[in-house]
Design a protein around this ligand. Structure first.
Ligand code: SF4
Ligand code: SF4
Length: 63
């Protein structure tokens, strides 16, 4: 199964906006290795909020 939401790690600047703020309505994002986010796909409702908020467009959503 391919991921529904993922981060392009090389593009992420580890700013923390996606996991340190209340961006995600279902708290599906947490801090992973090197400050890169990890997504809990079971909880993600594909609202797109994190995709919109990322300043470097590192988050990709498949639908
Ligand atoms: S798409 Fe929405 S629900 Fe899914 S991780 Fe991003 S902010 Fe959370
Ligand atoms: S908002 Fe974007 S750049 Fe910042 S930690 Fe999340 S994925 Fe990385």
């Amino acid at each position: 199964m391919y991921p529904i939401i993922y981060v392009i790690a090389e593009r992420c600047i580890a700013c923390g906006i996606c996991y340190l703020s209340d961006v995600c309505p279902v708290y599906a994002i947490s801090e992973g290795p090197n400050g890169v986010p990890v997504f809990n796909e079971d909880d993600c409702i594909l609202c797109g909020a994190c995709v919109q908020k990322c300043p470097v467009a590192a988050i990709v959503m498949n639908n």
